[in-house]
Design a protein. Structure first.
Length: 476
């Protein structure tokens, strides 16, 4: 039979409570018996010490013989009787069944250790014995007492049984209370778990818009918070997935529509099949190929499938090389490209091919969108006092690369979105300029893989300023 979680949890909590109660009851019982019996034995010894002078006196007054006790048990009981009220006594003797307890627990032994009168078990080795002596100090017998573990008077038995019943009643009441508390606790926990389970079920069905409430700030609330964060991330992933599919569809639809229209025009004889009519087709195919390459590049850098080969690199050398390489491209577009630094090597831990790709993409982006006659500046500097999250050893501040260009600029509201996939600024940075909208996303992935940061700011030249910060090394 399959048990419900609520019943299992209830049984587990109840079993734990019962186990604690049983262990506690056993400990209390053992402790009570040990301490109570010790107390009774101490009281018995105190009583023996009180009556010994009377027994010694009776022995002397009866001709130094114990026959009086053997022949007249009443005299023995009289000697063992507690002092009358108003007489001086030093101990409170527990009630006994025969008013004296002499037969049940005490015994008189002669000088040879033989029983004269009283409990026959008092002659055993474990009996408590106190010597009886004459006035001259001669030992003539013993007053013995059977330990209370072996002989308990009726009053003591009633007291012990009353304590035992009280413990059983207390244990039963505790079990009932524990069961009630376990049931309430189980119900509370399961109600909260049920809310979480229903929420997870909605997540499994694709509903990522809900959030779990926070109440007690305990472990279940932490679980609810983590699941709510998971729902938020899943919602964001789903939103990005749909946006990505829409963007891909849009990016593919335009060149495919142009290709389809051109081919249909050639098939219908509207346009003749010549080299000049094939040029637009070649342009659209090139654009499609560039888009596919960028998508692949983005996927590789974003999913971490590309294996970076990190080594100590001189970022000054790499930046200077990229600036020289892009000079001709900038001149062809009517732009001036300059590079500035302090001329000193600046080492970082990085992958050279990916860093070259990063700088080439950023410079190409500026060349593509800057108006003719404008300026592009590539600068390299070392900054201190900036802490990077990469956690690499041997770091000494940050290496800062900045690429700034002249007009057109980018609105403040649009700058935070520049590194998103397929994002373009409608006014000036659109598909007609030749970009796929993926270049800056690829750049961000490369920078983050190097433990750095990338951000967009307004440029003093009137355009856009991209700043890349990478952890710098103390030495190569």
């Amino acid at each position: 039979m399959k048990l419900r979680l609520s019943f299992k949890l209830f049984l587990a909590i109840l079993a734990a409570c019962v186990l604690v109660l049983v262990v506690n009851a056993a400990f209390v019982r053992i402790s009570f018996v040990r301490d109570f019996m010790g107390y009774l034995n101490e009281q018995g010894v105190a009583r023996m010490q009180e009556v010994i002078p009377r027994i010694n006196a009776a022995y002397a007054s009866n001709g130094n013989s114990w026959e009086f006790a053997r022949q007249n048990p009443e005299s023995w009981f009289s000697l063992m009787r507690p002092p009358a009220m108003g007489q001086e006594f030093t101990a409170i003797v527990p009630p006994v069944s025969d008013q004296t307890g002499a037969i049940l627990r005490f015994a008189l032994l002669d000088g040879d250790g033989h029983i004269v009168i009283g409990n026959a078990n008092a002659a055993a080795a474990d009996a408590i014995r106190l010597p009886l002596q004459t006035a001259q100090g001669e030992r003539v017998g013993w007053l013995a007492m059977v330990p209370f573990e072996n002989a308990i008077a009726a009053g003591d038995v009633r007291f012990y049984e009353a304590q035992l019943r009280a413990r059983w009643l207390n244990g039963a009441a505790s079990v009932v209370v524990a069961a009630l508390l376990a049931w309430l606790l189980t119900g509370t926990l399961l109600r909260r778990l049920k809310v979480i389970a229903q929420f997870v079920h909605r997540l499994a069905l694709g509903d990522y818009s809900q959030r779990l409430p926070m109440r007690d700030r305990d472990e279940l609330d932490q679980l609810a918070s983590d699941i709510s964060q998971l729902a938020g991330k899943l919602e964001n992933i789903e939103h990005n997935r749909r946006a990505f599919m829409a963007d891909i569809s849009h990016e593919l639809r335009t060149p495919l529509a142009v290709l389809k229209a051109e081919l249909e025009a050639i098939q219908d004889g509207i346009r003749p099949l010549r080299l000049d009519t094939l040029a637009p087709l070649q342009s659209e195919v090139t654009q499609l190929n560039k888009l596919v390459d960028d998508l692949h590049e983005l996927a590789v850098t974003q999913t971490g499938e590309f294996r970076y080969t990190f080594e100590a690199l001189d970022l000054h050398r790499i930046a200077q090389h990229c600036a020289m390489t892009m000079q001709a491209r900038a001149r062809d577009s009517g732009l001036t490209l300059s590079f500035s630094s302090n001329g000193q090597p600046l080492f970082i831990q990085g992958d050279e091919s990916r860093l070259q790709q990063l700088l080439s993409n950023l410079l190409e982006n500026s060349i593509r969108y800057t108006h003719p006659g404008g300026k592009i500046r590539l600068a390299l500097a070392s900054t201190g006092g900036h802490t990077c999250t990469a956690g690499m050893a041997g770091m000494a501040g940050m290496a800062e690369l900045s690429i700034e260009d002249s007009a057109p600029g980018v609105d403040e509201a649009a700058r935070p979105h520049l590194f998103e996939r397929f994002y373009r600024v409608d006014a000036s940075r659109n598909r007609s300029s030749g970009g796929s909208g993926l270049g800056l996303s690829i750049c961000r992935n490369i920078v983050e893989s190097h433990g750095g940061e990338i951000a967009a700011h307004p440029s003093p030249l009137g355009g856009l300023r991209i700043v890349v910060r990478l952890p710098a090394l103390v030495s190569p």
